[in-house]
Design a protein around this ligand. Structure first.
Ligand code: IPM
Ligand code: MN
Length: 369
């Protein structure tokens, strides 16, 4: 199969980890007889420095001409002035919005090999395997008004949490569809005890739930869910939540498995066709690790590229319909860990960690069979 993949490394460790994913994809291509073409574009802080905008038109054109986007990370101290007019994060936010990627899938699994790296007690980690479905193009991130001003009483700022019925319905439906192929349980999170938008969210989730009698729907307050993710993470199967709730809770969920450096994500505008075929045409989906640009460790070749490499596996499965190939990557990561290899974030005291590129080389090697 031929595929064109836009590779947007971005800032900090972003380019380091996506480079390892490309290695692994190349290895997949040669083993399974595919031809992947990579097109790179600037995004985030590096794009601001070069072009004065976080998402240059040139990059957007590359994205629109591709079958899928492999994204690194954006942001860093250099661009962190709270008063800055243009921010690296605008790059990813505009991409998500303009590609209509309203459903962000963040699978959270605990690798048994890494149980010792988890901050939780081992018995709490048994059977933990859930999927966060984060609403990605609405909610508090995008609602208007969104601005800051000053009057005689001082500085003020406002963000708005707004949702239409349709925006809630489509993301909740994706959660139900995915739950059907899993443990058939959806936790829908909200703050209906406080917020009007949450009361609408709960109402719509209940209505959609009626169409899925085979799937159990549990409404849960987002704060209470934050606690449950720590105390009893195995109760969850699919979690669906507003943009900001999903952002915060997915970082929390990520560390229970031992490291933020292990978890991939996919941002979609619809689910892939059930027949496992590749979807042709239309706007591409985007795949990125859930970790950020980690400026403190950038350039040292110590970042864990596994979240990016596992995102590339999601890309193969969801955008290209290449299930065998995706599983080959996931199995390679699994065996690397089973053989006892670790990157710095998951290494135990006294263990000598692999560098970023050694990790990529080893996974690419395992993938080539
Ligand atoms: C994420 C990140 C982004 C977000 C930032 C970089 C804008 O934290 O993907 O979770 O808040 O969505
Ligand atoms: Mn985040």
């Amino acid at each position: 199969m031929d595929a064109r993949i836009a590779v947007l490394g971005g800032d900090g460790i972003g380019p380091e980890v996506t480079a390892e994913s490309v290695k692994v994809l190349d290895s997949i291509a040669s083993r399974f007889g595919h031809e992947f073409t990579y097109v790179t574009g600037a995004v985030g802080g590096v794009a601001i420095d070069a072009k004065g905008t976080a998402l240059p038109e040139h990059t957007m054109n590359i994205v629109l001409g591709s079958d899928a986007v492999l994204f690194g990370a954006v942001g860093g101290p250099k661009w962190d002035d709270p008063l800055a007019k243009i921010r690296p994060e605008d790059g990813i936010l505009k991409l998500r919005k303009s590609l209509g990627l309203f459903a962000n899938l963040r699978p959270c699994r605990v690798y048994p090999q890494l149980i010792d790296s988890s901050p939780l007690r081992p018995e709490r980690l048994v059977d933990v395997d859930f999927l966060m479905v984060r609403e990605l193009t609405g909610g508090l991130y995008f609602g208007k008004p969104k601005r800051r001003w000053e009057n005689s009483r001082g500085r003020r700022a406002v963000d708005t949490l707004a949702y239409s019925e349709k925006e809630i319905e489509r993301v909740v439906r994706i959660a139900f569809e995915l739950a059907r192929d899993r443990k058939k349980r959806v936790h829908s999170l909200d703050k209906m005890n406080v917020m009007e938008s949450s009361r609408l969210w709960r109402e719509i989730a209940t209505e959609v739930g009626v169409e899925y009698p085979d799937v159990e729907l549990i409404h849960m307050l987002a704060d209470s869910a934050a606690m449950k993710i720590i105390t009893e993470p195995s109760v969850f199967d699919v979690i669906v939540a507003e943009n900001t709730f999903g952002d915060i809770l997915s970082d929390e969920a990520a560390v229970i498995g031992g490291s933020l450096g292990m978890l991939p994500s996919a941002s979609l505008s619809s689910l892939p066709p059930k027949n496992g075929r590749r979807r042709r045409g239309g706007k591409p989906a985007l795949y990125e690790p859930i970790h950020g640009s980690a400026p403190d460790i950038a350039g040292k070749s110590i970042a864990n590229p596994m979240a990016s490499i596992l995102s590339a596996a999601m890309l193969l499965r969801l955008s290209l319909g290449l299930n065998k190939e995706a599983s080959a990557i996931e199995e390679a990561v699994d065996s690397l860990l089973s053989e006892g290899y670790r990157t710095l974030d998951i290494a135990l005291k006294g263990e000598r960690p692999l560098t970023t590129s050694q990790t990529g080389d080893m996974i690419a090697g395992l993938v080539s069979g």
